[in-house]
Ligand binder design. Structure first.
Ligand code: 4AD
Ligand code: MG
Length: 472
């Protein structure tokens, strides 16, 4: 049997009339239609959004060697086929080429009475309930190929700039963001928990001899790397046990965190802006078929928005300016704005979509609403944090310059009643050869919301984790 060819390498070919090429293709049936004489099968192997049209001549009195009933009955939506035949120019509308089948092997049938993906246009809500099969739809094919492309472009961006990919742990003893929204990791028998004399759980009997959690961020370990290698980045799963059922939160999401020694906040902002533009242009240059599909099906302004962001210089404002703009705005907000409050997504979107009409980077937040590690400004009130806000999404990146002064950092840790001894190794970076440094975290699924135009974060990760859902 001829080695098989992937469908993406065939659908773009243009053949002359009469020209034929012997090929073998393999994939899953999307649809089958036709008449007494011929069947048209749309075959898709997930290598691209297009399906290849397979033309199968059926057995009739005039055509006794056509494909028989018994075989054709097995070829239903969802079945997996191997098709040998000749690729020819297609006379029909909608495709360049088609394959005239000579031999068809059914690898796997899909009973039409029980296979759930029968028709086109299932709702995204329905598809979430069959997340194990939704990669077989055009929509999720596009989303998952774009997800891959963005991961590739991310590594490319950092590699070309001399960053080292640092693998930070998933199991950790410390809470980076200090928000306390962490999943416990334990091998203790939950029915027979060992107790200390004071009555709390005795974690010294646990697997690691201490209480451990799933990480909310690789930043603290990332800083250790930057204090030795100058520029590092992490990219991996992170976990937050916040009970947020919003279209922008997951309990398990992927975060990318670059951390750079000798970068001030301005350098950090420059890097974040270059990075987001690199990812956007990579998608525009390499994934146009998938983008066009999503643009046509879900969001007619998707491609325009990507092009716009790529051309724009991001607006850079302080938190104080943002609050002034919001207070002066002639808009009704659900949450009123005062200096000191955390900005809500309605505020962020107002700034980006209505006021500045481009991505906005907000810096110098009140210290009370940001994490302990952010560099403290001389005003005693604000810290050198930065959030990058995007149209439709709100916060896509959160980052900061870090407090490199040991005493100031310790003060903040004490003010917040954090357990200083749990951070002894982190504080050692400030004890030994401390340096100005900065970094940020990109929510990879938030980026994918922007790149794909999907509106629910559960639709841009293959197997979403959210409250009450860990089935697939
Ligand atoms: O703003 P966050 O909490 O920042 C940090 O974790 C820092 N340690 C990053 C750093 O400076 N190295 O999270 C960073 C980004 C957010 O901007 C958002 O895009 C995303 O992670 N994010 C989430 N994405 C999906 N679901 C959630 N529950 C998320 N929480 C944060
Ligand atoms: Mg944040």
């Amino acid at each position: 049997m001829l080695k098989h060819t992937e469908i993406k390498d065939l659908v773009k070919l243009s053949l002359q009339e009469g020209e034929t090429r012997p090929v073998t293709v393999k994939g899953w049936v999307r649809t089958k239609r036709g008449n007494k004489h011929v069947a048209f099968i749309a075959l898709n192997d997930g290598t691209c959004v297009q399906s290849l049209q397979v033309v199968a001549e059926l057995q009739t009195e005039e055509k006794p060697d056509g494909f028989g009933d018994e075989l054709m009955k097995k070829i239903t939506t969802g079945a997996c086929l191997c098709v040998e035949g000749n690729l020819v120019k297609s006379m029909g509308k909608g495709q360049n080429v088609e394959i005239q089948a000579r031999n068809i092997v059914v690898y796997g049938e899909a009973n039409p009475d029980t296979y759930p993906l029968q028709k086109k246009g299932h709702s995204l809500e329905f598809l979430r309930e069959i997340a194990h099969l939704r990669p077989r739809t055009n929509t999720f094919g596009c989303v998952l190929r774009l997800r891959h492309a963005m991961a590739y472009a991310l590594h490319q961006f950092y590699h070309e700039r001399g960053f080292v990919y640092l693998h930070t742990p998933i199991i950790t003893g410390s809470d980076c963001e200090g928000a306390g929204e962490m999943f416990q990791v334990t091998t203790l028998d939950l029915d027979k928990l060992p107790k200390t004399p004071e009555g709390s759980v005795d974690f010294s009997k646990d697997f690691f001899g201490k209480s451990t959690k799933l990480t909310v961020s690789g930043q603290l370990e990332g800083e250790l790397g930057a204090m030795a290698l100058s520029k590092i980045y992490t990219f991996g799963p992170t976990f937050r046990a916040e009970n947020s059922n919003t279209p922008r939160h997951l309990a398990e999401f992927w975060m990318n965190e670059p951390e750079m020694a000798f970068y001030e906040i301005e350098d950090n902002m420059d890097l974040a802006e270059d990075f987001l533009k690199h990812l956007t242009s990579y998608a525009l240059e390499n994934c146009m078929d998938d983008l066009k599909f999503l643009n046509d099906m879900y969001d007619k302004s998707l491609i325009e928005r990507l092009e716009h962001v790529q051309k724009m210089t991001f607006e850079r404002i302080t938190y104080t300016t943002a609050v002034d703009v919001l207070k002066a705005a002639n808009a009704k907000f659900e949450y009123p704005v005062e200096w000191g409050v955390d900005l809500q997504s309605e505020h962020e979107r107002f700034l980006v979509e209505h006021h500045y009409k481009k991505p906005v980077i907000i810096t110098d937040y009140p210290k009370e609403i940001k994490s302990f590690y952010m560099k403290q400004n001389a005003d005693g009130k604000t810290v050198r944090g930065m959030d990058v806000l995007f149209p439709q999404i709100g916060e896509i990146i959160g980052g900061s310059q870090r407090e490199e002064d040991l005493d100031k950092l310790l003060n903040r840790i004490h003010e917040l009643n954090m357990p200083e001894q749990a951070y002894w190794w982190y504080l050692d970076t400030r004890r030994f050869g401390t340096a100005p440094h900065s970094g940020f975290g990109l929510g990879f699924e938030r980026l994918l919301l922007f790149i794909t135009g999907m509106t629910n974060i559960r639709d841009v990760i293959p197997f979403p984790r959210y409250p009450q859902n860990a089935e697939f």
